[in-house]
Design a protein around this ligand. Structure first.
Ligand code: NAD
Length: 290
């Protein structure tokens, strides 16, 4: 890649910590190389404390944009000039665009739209569907709100009563107030309601990260009565490729099981389009990295 970097090369950043494990730099740099685009993408180990200075750095150095990951997705909002309607509603940013390098920074979020594209790739349409989601963090919020904006009908949102529970209450309020869908919130400890909700849903999304290291031996569904032949089970985790939940759902006759790779790929592809104006070569990248 060094051979193609010149004095004209435009830089895209990734601001997060920890971040060295991320697939995003490879995904974007391989795409630039494949399409012959004069950009480079670098990860910067940036947490909340360094964030304001880093955002000013985007302006001062004329980066064309950046991806934002944990713990900065919400913390970055006060430092930006504008948010897209989706970022405003979801309350998080994973993509910052510095249009023409002039320093006016617009924050967008592509996690939800990326997840919807991943579902469409598997011929899953959220319109008019009843969806149960576990999780109250950035991933769950983006998926729930985007699915509501895309026409899902009814949401059953579950989380354990931890510090993030207030988030899921807020997400339900946003869905009920700003979209045509309805959302109800439950404590995940209420396992009877959880069972009922999954049984009447056509899509179950686990957006908690349970199933990923160090929780790879856990699944939030262990009762075969929850799994039915009309149920699509979507786990946002992509490492391992098949979580305990997905194995269990497959074994007990779920209609489809989907891991988080497609969401990861498409959230990146949508950022890439905004950074460069070009379509990411997603089939090439899927083959190369996944
Ligand atoms: P977060 O920490 O903000 O939220 C995690 C949620 O899971 C919280 O609501 C928490 O209450 C719940 N939770 C955690 N442990 C639990 C347990 N043992 N039992 C029940 N609930 C539990 O995280 P986030 O940023 O929303 O990310 C969640 C997961 O989604 C992570 O694994 C992340 O890697 C993944 N993710 C994937 C993609 C993708 O593109 N595939 C994108 C974003 C996030």
């Amino acid at each position: 890649m060094g051979e193609r970097i010149t004095g004209h090369t435009l830089l895209i950043g990734l601001l997060a910590t920890p971040i060295r494990h991320s697939l995003s730099p490879k995904m974007h740099n391989e795409s630039f190389a494949k399409l012959g685009l004069d950009y480079a993408y670098l990860a910067f180990e940036v947490g909340n404390e360094e964030l304001e200075g880093a955002v000013q750095g985007i302006r001062s150095l004329g980066l064309r944009g950046a991806n934002i990951s944990m713990p900065n997705k919400q913390a970055i909002i006060p430092y930006l000039d504008e948010l897209t309607p989706a970022a405003k509603l979801i309350g998080a940013v994973n993509t910052v665009i510095n249009k023409d390098g002039l320093g006016y920074l617009v924050g967008d979020v592509t996690d939800g739209t990326g997840a919807m594209q991943a579902l469409r790739d598997e011929e899953v349409d959220v319109r008019d569907q009843t969806i149960t989601i576990t999780g109250a963090g950035g991933a769950a919020t983006a998926i729930a709100i985007q699915a509501a904006l895309d026409g899902a009908k009814e949401f059953h949102l579950f989380n354990r009563k931890d510090a993030l529970f207030a988030n899921v209450v807020e997400t339900a309020e946003k869905i009920n107030q700003h979209t045509k869908a309805t959302a109800i919130v439950y404590d995940l400890a209420d396992q009877e309601s959880f069972k009922e909700a999954v049984q009447k849903s056509s899509i179950y999304v686990d957006a908690t990260g349970v199933g990923m290291k160090p929780l790879e031996n856990l699944s939030l569904i262990n009762d075969a009565e929850l799994i039915h032949e009309d149920l699509v089970v979507f786990d946002v985790v992509y490492s391992p490729r098949e979580t305990k939940l997905l194995t269990f759902a497959k074994e007990h006759g779920a209609k489809k099981t989907i891991n988080g790779l497609g969401m990861m790929l498409h959230q990146g592809a949508e950022s890439f389009k905004q950074f460069t104006g070009e379509d990411m070569p997603v089939d090439y990248i899927r083959e190369l990295l996944f």
